[in-house]
Design a protein around this ligand. Structure first.
Ligand SMILES: Nc1ncnc2c1ncn2[C@@H]1O[C@H](COP(=O)(O)OP(=O)(O)OP(=O)(O)O)[C@@H](O)[C@H]1O
Ligand SMILES: [Mg+2]
Length: 497
C-alpha cells in the first residue's frame, strides 16, 4: 500500500537556540485529515517543532513542504494563509470581544482594507459555530467563558480561517474529563471534515484513545512514528524515556503521627460545606473528585485566599485566622496552584530569582540583603533535586519548556520549607518520567515531616503519592479511602459515577 500524499512534510529540520540544540534532523509528515499525537518528555522539542511549522521560529536547517511545495521561509501569517493554525496554551484570544468577533477576527485581519461590519463578522463566525459540538452563544464575551469554552472559540477561529491542519499544544492540560471528552468529539468532527489535527499531550490514555498515529520525540530528535494500533501506553512511555516506569502504591498508615492541620466543619456558601479532616505530620493526603467538587475552593481557603464562613482551621493546635495568603505563608502553609499559566512564576525573571521568591524572608542577612552566593546555592540545589532542565540559573523562566516551568514553581515553594504544602494538580503538563521525580520529592518532604495535600483528578497520581484520599463531590466529602484498598479502577469508577 502506498502512503497517501502528506499535507505537511518536514525534512532534516534542525533548530538551535544559542547553545541549545532544540531540534535535530527531524523528518516528519502529517497526512490530510489524520489525528496525530506528538509525545515526549518535557523539553524534548514538541512546542519548538510546532513553532517552526507555524512560522514562529525559523528552523536553522531543513525544509518544510505543504502539498509537496517548499514553503520556507515562513512567517506566522504565511503559515496561516497556507492552512496551518496553532491553538497555543494561552489561546491568544481577545477577552473583551465576543465569541463571534474572536472567531471572525482572523478573516478580517486577512483583509484589513475592508471596513469592519459587525453583521459580516457575525456571519463569518456563524459558519464554524455549528451545533451540536459548538454550542456557544456567539454574543457571549470571551472573558466570561471557561478555559474549555475558550478553546472551542480558538478552534472555531482556526476553522473560520480555513485551517487544513490544527496544532493543539497540550489542549487537555487544564480540562476536566468531561471537557476532554467534548474536545475529543470536536477533534473527531474536524477529522471527518478532512482537517488534520496534531496534538501534544502528556496523558497517554488520551493519545491511544484518539490518535491514528503517534510520533515520539526524545532530546530534540524523532524516535519514530507508529500507528497507534501498534503501540500501547506502556510502550509509548518506554519509547519516550528509554525506561520502564511503574508507579507503585505508596500508602502508609499514618494514624499514629501527630496532628498537624485540623479542619473542622469548614464551609463557604456555594463552594463547600461541612468539611472536616486532620492532616498529620509527614502525611500525604489526597483530595480527589471532579472539577467543581469544591477542591480548589477548599485549598484557597486553607491558603487564606477565600475566607471560610463557618468552621475552624488549626495548625499545631493553634487556631488560625487566615485573612490573606501572606497570613498563610507566615503560618507555614504553601500552595502550588493548578494554574500553570497564572503560575506563581515571573517569566521574565531568572530561574534563580523565581526559586528564592518565597524564601526571601529566611535568606535575608543582618542588613536585609540576600548574599548572592546563598541565593545561587539554594536555587542550584532545587534545580538538581527536581531535575529541572536549564541552561543557566540566570536565564529567564520564560525560555524553559512548559513542564520545566512547572517544576520551577514547585521548587519555589519547596525552598520556602513549609509545614503544610498544598499541591493542586502538581504534574499537569509534566511528562511521566518527571512526574515520578516530583512524586519522589513529595515522598521525601513527607519523610521530613511536612504535611502534604495533593489535589488531583488523576487516580494514578493519587495512588503514587497519597497515604489517604478524600473524595469530594458537590462541595462535600463523600468518602475517605486508602489507595490499594480500593483499586485504581474502583476509585475512578466512583469519581465518574
Ligand atoms: N525561546 C527559546 N529560547 C531558548 N531556548 C528555548 C526557547 N524555546 C525553547 N527552548 C529550549 O528548547 C528545548 C525544547 O523546548 P520545548 O518547549 O520545545 O519543549 P517541549 O517538548 O514542548 O516540552 P514540554 O513538554 O515541557 O512543554 C528546551 O531545552 C527549551 O529550554
Ligand atoms: Mg511544550
Amino acid at each position: 500500500m502506498t502512503d497517501p500524499v502528506p499535507f505537511l512534510r518536514l525534512t532534516g529540520i534542525g533548530k538551535r537556540f544559542g547553545g541549545v540544540q532544540a531540534l535535530q534532523n527531524i523528518d516528519w509528515d502529517v497526512r490530510p485529515g489524520e489525528v496525530h499525537c506528538l509525545v515526549g518528555e518535557n523539553g524534548c522539542g514538541k512546542s519548538t517543532l510546532i513553532k517552526t511549522v507555524a512560522g514562529v521560529h525559523p528552523p536553522t536547517v531543513g525544509t518544510i513542504e505543504i502539498d509537496g511545495r517548499p514553503v520556507l521561509p515562513l512567517t506566522p501569517s504565511r503559515a496561516r494563509a497556507l492552512g496551518i493554525q496553532v491553538i497555543f496554551q494561552d489561546l491568544s484570544l481577545f477577552p473583551n470581544l465576543t465569541v463571534a468577533e474572536n472567531v471572525a477576527i482572523e478573516g478580517h485581519l486577512g483583509h484589513p482594507e475592508r471596513p469592519v461590519s459587525y453583521a459580516r463578522l457575525r456571519g463569518l463566525a456563524a459558519a464554524p459555530l455549528r451545533p451540536p459540538d459548538f454550542t456557544l452563544d456567539p454574543e457571549a464575551t470571551v472573558a466570561d467563558l471557561s478555559v474549555s469554552e475558550r478553546q472551542i472559540v480558538a478552534i472555531c477561529r482556526g476553522l473560520a480561517a480555513e485551517a487544513r491542519l490544527i496544532f493543539m499544544d497540550e489542549p487537555t492540560a487544564s480540562l476536566t474529563r468531561a471537557e476532554v471528552n467534548r474536545l475529543l468529539a470536536i477533534v473527531a468532527r474536524l477529522k471527518a471534515d478532512g482537517i488534520a489535527v496534531v496534538f501534544v499531550s502528556h496523558r497517554l490514555d488520551e493519545v491511544v484513545e484518539i490518535a491514528e498515529r503517534v510520533t515520539v520525540m526524545r532530546d530534540g530528535q524523532k524516535v519514530g512514528t507508529w500507528p497507534v494500533a501498534a503501540v500501547d501506553q506502556r510502550r509509548i512511555g518506554n519509547l519516550m524515556t528509554g525506561l520502564d516506569i511503574e508507579h507503585a502504591v505508596v500508602a502508609r498508615d499514618m494514624s499514629a503521627a501527630a496532628p498537624l492541620l485540623e479542619v473542622r466543619s469548614l464551609g463557604r456558601e456555594g463552594e463547600y460545606a461541612d468539611v472536616s479532616f486532620t492532616l498529620r505530620r509527614g502525611e500525604v493526603l489526597g483530595i480527589t473528585g471532579l472539577l467543581g467538587a469544591g477542591r480548589t475552593e477548599l485549598a484557597l481557603s486553607l491558603f487564606g485566599m477565600a475566607r471560610p464562613e463557618r468552621g475552624t482551621i488549626a495548625l499545631e493546635g493553634k487556631l488560625l485566622d487566615l485573612r490573606s495568603n501572606r497570613d498563610a505563608v507566615d503560618a507555614g502553609i504553601a500552595y502550588v496552584s493548578e494554574d500553570r499559566l497564572g503560575l506563581g512564576v515571573i517569566l521574565k525573571q531568572s530561574i534563580a530569582d523565581n526559586i528564592i521568591l518565597a524564601e526571601l524572608q529566611n535568606l535575608r542577612g543582618p542588613l536585609g540583603l540576600i548574599p548572592n552566593g546563598r541565593r545561587k546555592a539554594l536555587a542550584a540545589e532545587w534545580v538538581k533535586r527536581l531535575a529541572i532542565k536549564i541552561s543557566g540559573l540566570d536565564k529567564p523562566v520564560g525560555t524553559l519548556s512548559g513542564g520545566n516551568q512547572q517544576r520551577v514553581v514547585l521548587a519555589k515553594w519547596l525552598a520556602a520549607r513549609p509545614k503544610v504544602l498544598i499541591l493542586d494538580s502538581p504534574t499537569v503538563g509534566v511528562d511521566i518520567k518527571n512526574k515520578k521525580g516530583i512524586y519522589d520529592v513529595v515522598a521525601e518532604l513527607a519523610n521530613a515531616g511536612v504535611g502534604i495535600i495533593v489535589i488531583s483528578d488523576e487516580v494514578l497520581e493519587i495512588f503514587a503519592t497519597c497515604d489517604r484520599v478524600l473524595h469530594m463531590r458537590g462541595g462535600r466529602i463523600l468518602e475517605e479511602t486508602v489507595p490499594g484498598i480500593l483499586s485504581e479502577h474502583q476509585l475512578e469508577e466512583r469519581i465518574y459515577a
